[in-house]
Ligand binder design. Structure first.
Ligand SMILES: O=C(O)C(=O)C[C@@H](O)[C@H](O)[C@H](O)COP(=O)(O)O
Length: 357
């Protein structure tokens, strides 16, 4: 079992390894035993596969379980209110502990619920996807608004992240693709050798469980170092948004859940590389093509339809579009891009994609 400490204002530990969920009752007994109630907010698809393991680990605390829709559909105002209604109807109090069980979406939702229920109750992240190596660490919580992704949320750190690698074994192919996009994002902003290793995958089924755990640990280390430096995103934390300006626009434009977050991030990273005039773009597009990321989707989406969403991105202002670009691998920076240049780069990328698929 590996442990990584995240030294934020309220520090916590990320436990990662097979069977990690079993340590919940031992390592967090004091927190859980002091709670008047333990409430699990679970992704319904994940619950169908793995809830018994979590309930066994928490059996001493007789948790209540609320299942929410799988994926991005969990991050709606309706599901946020359902969570609060559940907590109130179960007579939960400020001494309740929430456990988020599932992928990035349920983690973002449950974290937001935990940060707002009676102005804040403790929560533990139990992520079950590759993508959540990113979202479960760092304390960004959110739900979506039809006009923009993650527009409603807080910074609120979990008490612990318990990342059981056993849960990753049942991930469907599109979830593996989605999660690997955030892994590769961490490599782009930090380390060329690691990026080379990741871009060598022609098919993620070549990757052993041990290799995957290694990549997740590296990703978490990159993420936590940045979060430790800039917990509330005044500066360097924005680099973690590499690829996300376009990705979030695509997700909002298509309707949340139509595309996985990571698939959208791959399209967004290709665009950010084009804007950066990066020599990494051709091999990144080749990698995306062989690993069956939906590059062709960009051909159906005119720039004008995505622009209003990009303007609402949290890094942008009313007057300027701000993107995370890449000087070289490991050297991200923020640049303000004029609309005309943003459009030209988008059209150029679409032309390249059209010629290669
Ligand atoms: O934690 C962060 O900081 C990130 O930016 C990580 C992103 O990968 C994250 O998944 C999310 O999409 C953040 O978007 P934001 O627009 O809510 O900052």
């Amino acid at each position: 079992m590996r442990e990584l400490r995240v030294e934020t204002e309220h520090p916590y530990t990320v436990h990662i390894g097979q069977g990690a969920v079993k340590l919940l009752a031992k390592r967090y007994r004091d927190l859980l035993a002091a709670a008047d109630q333990v409430v699990v907010i679970a992704d319904s698809q994940v619950a169908a596969l793995h809830l018994p393991q979590l309930l066994e680990a928490l059996e001493d605390f007789q948790p209540k379980v609320l299942q929410v829709p799988a994926g991005e559909r969990a991050k709606s105002a309706e599901s946020f209110m359902d969570c609060h209604s559940f907590l109130l109807s179960e007579n939960c109090s400020r001494n309740t502990v929430i456990v988020a069980f599932g992928g990035g979406a349920v983690g973002d939702l449950a974290g937001f619920v935990a940060s707002t229920f009676m102005r804040g109750v403790p929560f533990i992240q139990v992520p079950t996807t590759i993508l959540a190596h990113d979202s479960a660490v760092g304390g960004k919580t959110a739900i979506n608004h039809p006009l923009g992704k993650n527009m409603i949320g807080t910074f609120y750190q979990p008490r612990a992240v318990v990342y059981d690698a056993d849960f990753l074994q049942t991930l469907p192919e599109n979830e593996i693709r989605s999660g690997m996009a955030e892994v590769i994002k961490h490599a782009f902003i930090s380390n060329e050798g690691w990026l080379d290793e990741l871009l060598a995958y022609q098919n993620f089924s070549e990757m052993s469980g041990r290799e995957l755990e290694g990549h997740l640990e590296k990703g978490i280390a990159v993420k936590s170092a940045i979060v430790e430096e800039d917990e509330f995103e005044g500066g360097v934390r924005k680099f973690l948004n590499f690829g996300h300006t376009l990705a979030h626009a695509i997700e909002a434009h298509l309707g949340y859940g139509k595309l996985t977050h990571g698939e959208a991030v791959v399209l967004g990273m290709a665009y950010a590389l084009e804007l950066s005039e990066s020599p990494q773009l051709p091999r990144f597009l080749d990698w995306a093509k062989v690993n069956r990321y939906p590059l062709a989707l960009l051909l159906d989406m005119p720039f004008s339809e995505l622009l209003p969403y990009m303007k609402k991105d949290k890094k942008s202002t009313a007057a300027a579009l701000n993107f995370v670009l890449l000087g070289a691998v490991g050297r991200p920076y923020i640049e303000t891009i004029l609309e005309q240049r943003a459009q030209a780069a988008y059209d150029k990328l679409r032309k390249t994609i059209k010629e290669m698929i």
